[in-house]
Ligand binder design. Structure first.
Ligand SMILES: C[S@@+](CC[C@H](N)C(=O)[O-])C[C@H]1O[C@@H](n2cnc3c(N)ncnc32)[C@H](O)[C@@H]1O
Length: 270
């Protein structure tokens, strides 16, 4: 990872760390309990949560396993994670400075690696998957949750090039709001990447989550001109992007839209 990308992530998330600690999307999102169920954690497991943010995923696994290492590159996020662990009395949870593409851990040292709502920041997804494979024990599991780009399920009837355009438009929309956004691929790209690295898909689910536009832009401290442009894209931008994001206003005029969250559990073979 280049220093520039690391710096952009740290400057975006450093100031926003406390907001992520209380964000409903992160603290209470539907994917949190569901990915724990799908990963079926065991009491003797050693777990690594990559890009833990304010530690919500690490804290969701901690009561079910022997230990959890919560890793991130942003010091302020690690401080929020330590606060959460202390507040919930999770003495088996520790924090570590850890970059997703160069995890500072021994080969085959974890039973489960998890990563939620973060991989779209990583500059090299194949490298990340390779690192996950390296630190997982044989037979270990990888639990991924992330926002994904549109596929044919979301945009039925769209041609391959229209789907590519919609993926590019979706990622540009995210990057305008958060300059540290890298790339969120469609689901099949994740599956192909995992399979090509020898993982078998154990569980796959996907659901739409409703986002409140106002808190989504506020969490990233978007400038007023950026908020105006994001609002324009949602309400008058490319038709396929709007079909995917389903923007709508309530009676008070507040804007909402939907993002697609993919949940995958993959097993590392022998
Ligand atoms: C949205 S937050 C994570 C949310 C959290 N996993 C949860 O479930 O609530 C994204 C996090 O990714 C971290 N991050 C971004 N790029 C990273 C990288 N290359 N390596 C490790 N952490 C990274 C950021 O510092 C930030 O804390």
């Amino acid at each position: 990872m280049t220093k520039d990308v690391t710096a952009v992530v740290r400057s975006q998330f450093g100031v926003a760390a406390a907001d992520y600690a209380t964000s409903d999307v992160h603290a209470k999102g539907e994917s949190l309990a569901r990915i724990v169920e799908l990963a079926a954690p065991q009491q003797n497991w050693r777990v690594l949560d990559v890009a833990t943010g304010a530690g919500h995923m690490a804290a969701a696994f901690a009561p079910h396993v022997a230990s959890v290492v919560a890793g991130d590159i942003t010091d302020e996020m690690l401080a929020e994670t330590a606060k959460l662990a202390a507040a919930r009395n999770l003495s088996n949870m520790t924090t570590a400075k850890a970059e997703a593409g160069a995890l500072p851990f021994e080969d085959e040292s974890f039973d489960l690696v998890c990563c939620r709502l973060a991989a779209h920041h990583f500059p090299d997804l194949a490298r990340f998957v390779g690192e996950v494979r390296r630190v997982l024990k044989k037979g270990g599991r990888f639990a991924l949750v992330d926002n994904v780009a549109p596929d044919a399920q979301q945009l039925p009837g769209a041609s391959a090039s229209e789907l590519d355009d919609a993926t590019a438009a979706y990622n540009a929309f995210e990057k305008l709001r958060d300059p540290s956004h890298g790339f969120a691929p469609p689901p099949e790209t994740w599956i192909a990447l995992l399979k090509s690295d020898g993982f078998a898909i154990v569980a796959r689910e996907q659901f739409g989550k409703e986002l409140d536009f106002e808190s989504w832009v506020t969490r990233m401290r978007c400038a007023p001109s950026t908020v105006t442009e994001l609002d324009r894209i949602l309400t008058a931008g490319s038709p396929n992007l709007r079909k995917f994001l389903k923007p709508r206003r309530d009676e008070s005029g507040a804007l909402y839209f939907t993002l697609q969250e993919l949940l995958l559990v993959a097993g590392k073979g022998a």
